[in-house]
Design a protein around this ligand. Structure first.
Ligand SMILES: Nc1ncnc2c1ncn2[C@@H]1O[C@H](COP(=O)(O)OP(=O)(O)OP(=O)(O)O)[C@@H](O)[C@H]1O
Ligand SMILES: O=P(O)(O)OC[C@H]1O[C@H](OP(=O)(O)OP(=O)(O)O)[C@H](O)[C@@H]1O
Length: 302
């Protein structure tokens, strides 16, 4: 591809692999950003917008966006803080995936039970900035100085193996299900940070002309994220039960209520959060709702 063909295009950075990659592809599809990625090429032109996608390691995206080399990006909140780019990027939208926590972990069977026990010992991590800040404060609180301070060592991957290999007394690593941590015989004793994937834009955009397109793409992605988060709940209920059921499904603005052919009955349509669905359905049944149906959204603008 000719580099000139990027001229005037909005550059949008997407993680090239790893945990966020697949979800990013489905966000792009939901926002109707069409592209064909040729094997091994990390830059590709979008077919139906003046945009080029740049596939980069998730951890490099904050500084590319922060320095204005690319206009928009998707990455983890954790790596924005780790690369100290929070002052240079605007976290425009939480994306509802890539949820995980950066946690301090130690061997389950060992003698270290708290972060205070671990302070002053050896900690291995891929998040040396965040871990350094965390243990720096703890060292200060415990008045550990000089040689006595916690020794933070960087490794690029397989952090969970460090304790078993005798390299560390504890680690700081991401946890989602906890499977990796448990398989390594570790358990968490503190949380440094909660994270999820975010859409970021530069605080100092390179081309003002892109502002409109950035807004349009942001709104489309907002719609896709909302469609993943909400479902439509529809049910029938006797009119005199309406106050009770509306309290359960108030909707985002208000529920839609339509008359049924049967006297004294109405149909209710309301947006509900997917993660609360089971509880909402239980409560609706108790309040007298019948024929409860749940519909997934393909897309929406709210
Ligand atoms: N287990 C997880 N569950 C959810 N999100 C995660 C998990 N691990 C990492 N993430 C998120 O995804 C981002 C990228 O992590 P990932 O491990 O996929 O990156 P990578 O190191 O670039 O990829 P790879 O591990 O394939 O080399 C992290 O910064 C974090 O925000
Ligand atoms: O709590 P869990 O659900 O087990 O997830 C946690 C694991 O996920 C991440 O690594 P990933 O599997 O993405 O691979 P990596 O070690 O190559 O980064 C993270 O570094 C942990 O090792």
């Amino acid at each position: 591809m000719n580099v000139d063909s990027l001229d005037g295009r909005l550059l949008f950075a997407i993680p090239k692999k790893g945990r966020l990659y697949e979800k990013c592809l489905s966000i792009l599809a939901g926002a109707d950003i069409q592209f064909r990625r040729h094997a091994r090429l990390d830059v590709c032109l979008v077919l139906n917008h003046p945009i080029a996608l740049v596939f980069l390691p998730a951890s490099d995206i904050p500084s590319f966006v922060g320095k204005g080399n690319v206009d928009l990006g998707i990455t983890g909140h954790d790596v924005i803080l780790e690369s100290q780019m929070q002052e240079h990027v605007i976290e425009e939208l939480r994306l509802g995936f890539g949820k995980c926590a950066l946690q301090v972990q130690v061997p389950e069977a060992g003698s270290i039970k708290t972060v205070e026990d671990l302070a002053g010992k050896r900690v291995v991590t891929s998040f040396e900035v965040l871990s350094g800040e965390y243990f720096g404060k703890l060292d200060e609180k415990l008045q550990l100085s000089g040689e006595k301070r916690t020794n933070i060592e960087y490794v690029g991957g397989s952090v969970e193996a460090a304790c078993a290999l005798g390299l560390a007394d504890g680690i700081v690593d991401l946890v989602e299900s906890g499977d990796t941590m448990r398989a390594a015989g570790l358990h968490a004793i503190a949380t440094v940070l909660e994270s999820e994937a975010v859409l970021v834009k530069s605080r100092v955009p390179k081309h003002e002309a892109h502002a409109g397109l950035i807004n349009r793409i942001t709104n489309r992605i907002k719609g896709v994220v909302a469609a993943n988060k909400y479902a439509i709940c529809q049910y029938n209920v006797a009119r005199d039960r309406l106050p009770a059921v509306i309290a359960i499904t108030p909707g985002r603005r208000a529920p839609t209520i339509s008359p049924l052919e049967e006297d004294g009955w109405v149909a209710v349509n309301s947006m509900v959060e997917k993660k609360k669905l089971a509880e909402i359905m239980d409560n609706l049944v108790e309040a007298g709702a019948e024929d409860i149906l749940i519909f997934n959204l393909d897309n929406c603008r709210v």
